[in-house]
Structures are given as C-alpha cells and as structure tokens.
Design a protein around this ligand. Structure first.
Ligand code: URA
Length: 210
C-alpha cells in the first residue's frame, strides 16, 4: 500500500456511514452498521496482502491455488472504540491474531494516557492493522503506533471510520510509513477535539454510554 491516505468511497460504505452519523440511529443499529462497514474496510486494507500458492486437489484435478502467505496478520484494537471495528474484521479474518492498546483521552489536555498494552508474539513479522473508528487529533493514534513500533512492529496500517485533516496530518508527520484507510475525511475538529460533522463519541454511540 503506497498512498498515505485511502478514502473508501464505495457506495455501501458511504450509505452505511450516513446512517451511523444520524443522531437518532440507535445503539444496536450503530453497532451492526459498524460491524458491516468494518468488513468492507477490511477488504480494502488487506487488498495487497502477500500471496503464495498451495497445491490442492479439486474434485476434477490438482492445481496450484492462491492462498495467503506468511504469518497471520495482527489486528490491534485501540480500546475501547476499536473493538467495534475489530469484531467485524474478525468475522472476515478469523485466523488473525489480536492485540489491544488501552488508551484514554484526557478531556482537558486531549493527550492519550496508556493503561493497557498486549500484542501477539512475533509482531515484527506480521502485518499489523491498528483499528480505531475516529482519527481526531491523532494523539492516541500516534501514541498507539509508537507503542507498536517499540514492541517491534514494522509493517503497520491504520484503519478508521472517520478522519479529521488534523489527525491525518499528525499521523503523516509522526508515522509517514503507516498508510491510513478510512471511510471519510471530515471537515475539521471542533474546540473539544471532536470531529465535525462527525458522528459524536464513537464509543458512547456503540456502547450506549454517556
Ligand atoms: N473520538 C470520538 O469518538 N469522536 C470524535 O469526534 C473524536 C474522537
């Protein structure tokens, strides 16, 4: 994957995202749509996975058939909202290994605070896809990628649902080697660090909290 930012403008992704943005969309609908979109985004972010061939036998004859190569990829959820993307992706890629980065955003400073970090073994050999629905200031995403690199990850992609230009710029500056895949690039951040027009707090909307 070469471009730093890929916006997945597939009609199904855009339609589902519109419903997710609406303030009257219920928690259960929001969660279901996120699950569905995450699978469409997973399709895009895994487009260039390394391939090999495997010798198999169909009922007709033997053939060398395409198959995924290399160690299983690692999905890393940036808690807690990342879990909404993770669930759908795991349905599509059930053999993926899974890691978690626990960060919360200090609402005053908007800076990330770490409370948990656990990633699969051999992280240096795996393609790592870090997932978080909202790329807002970029502070947590940059911090999460910092931690993944410190743990040895070398080939990382970042998957989100919505990105703000500020977050994309921050990621590009800190981690130009990490391509970003998103469903939409929104206008800007507001004074509280929320994406506008956005969809509100992704974690609250998917879990029904306030
Ligand atoms: N996190 C969210 O959940 N929403 C935003 O708009 C920004 C950060």
């Amino acid at each position: 994957m070469s471009d730093h930012l890929t916006v997945v403008d597939h009609p199904l992704v855009q339609h589902k995202l519109t419903i997710m943005r609406k303030k009257e969309t219920s928690t259960s609908e929001f969660r279901q749509l996120l699950r569905e979109i995450s699978q469409l985004l997973a399709y895009e972010v895994t487009r260039e996975l390394p391939m090999t061939t495997r010798s198999i036998e169909t009922p007709m004859q033997e053939m060398d058939a395409p198959a995924l190569a290399g160690p299983k990829l690692a999905l890393v959820s940036i808690l807690r909202a990342g879990n909404g993307l993770l669930d759908g992706m795991l349905e599509l890629i059930p053999s993926a290994r899974v890691g978690f980065v626990g960060l919360y955003r200090d609402e005053e400073t908007l800076k990330p605070v770490q409370y948990y970090f656990k990633v699969p073994t051999q992280i240096d050999k795996r393609l790592v896809i870090a997932v978080d629905p909202m790329l807002a200031t970029g502070n947590s995403s940059v911090a999460a990628i910092d931690m993944l690199k410190e743990a040895g990850a070398k080939d990382i992609r970042f998957l989100c649902l919505l990105a703000a230009p500020e977050g994309v710029a921050r990621m590009k500056e800190a981690h130009p080697d990490v391509p970003i895949v998103t469903a939409a690039l929104d206008e800007r951040l507001n004074e509280k660090g929320y994406i506008v027009p956005g969809l509100g707090d992704a974690g609250d909307r998917m879990f029904g909290t306030k």
